[in-house]
Design a protein around this ligand. Structure first.
Ligand code: DQA
Length: 145
């Protein structure tokens, strides 16, 4: 089957520490393993996928801007930036390509500040609380569009 969609997966701050960081909340798999599972899922559903991680707001914004020329969709776990970065929200809004917000944990079952996402209104939809399966679900949705 022909590959039809190119999807970029962006991991925001502190996600480079997956596996070490609060494993009870985020699981025991390292980012490398998570990325491998994302790439395996992408292959199965015939989407081309690139992964990117940064701890820096400006780098995430630059990546979003450059993605507008190269990708059909974006999956973003913006980490804590989700809750307050109007700059990332504006970048998602500016690039006009469909973007799905993913969180590994159930952000609604945690501290109150995590229940607010400033990027959700400019995303196609949000997936949270399903661990790393959320990335696969998001790829499926974007791959089928
Ligand atoms: C997270 C949830 C955020 O509140 C937190 O700041 C993260 C990870 C998640 O994947 O569950 O860094 O986005």
């Amino acid at each position: 089957m022909e590959i039809t969609k190119k999807i970029l997966v962006i991991h925001g701050p502190n996600l480079n520490l997956l596996g070490e960081r609060e494993p009870g909340v985020y699981g025991e798999q390292s980012l490398e393993i998570v990325n491998k599972s994302i790439m395996d899922s992408a292959k199965k559903i015939n989407v081309e996928c690139n992964v990117f991680q940064s701890n820096h707001e400006g780098e995430i914004i630059d990546k979003l801007h450059s993605a507008r020329h190269d990708f059909d969709g974006i999956v973003i776990n913006a980490g804590a930036y989700t809750h307050y970065s109007y700059a990332i929200r504006d970048a998602i809004s500016a690039i006009k390509i469909p973007c799905i917000e993913v969180h590994i944990s159930n952000v609604f079952a945690r501290e109150e500040f995590r229940a607010k996402s400033v990027i959700a209104p400019v995303c196609l939809g949000s997936i949270c609380g399903f661990g790393i399966e959320g990335y696969t679900l998001a790829l499926q949705v974007l791959g089928n569009r």
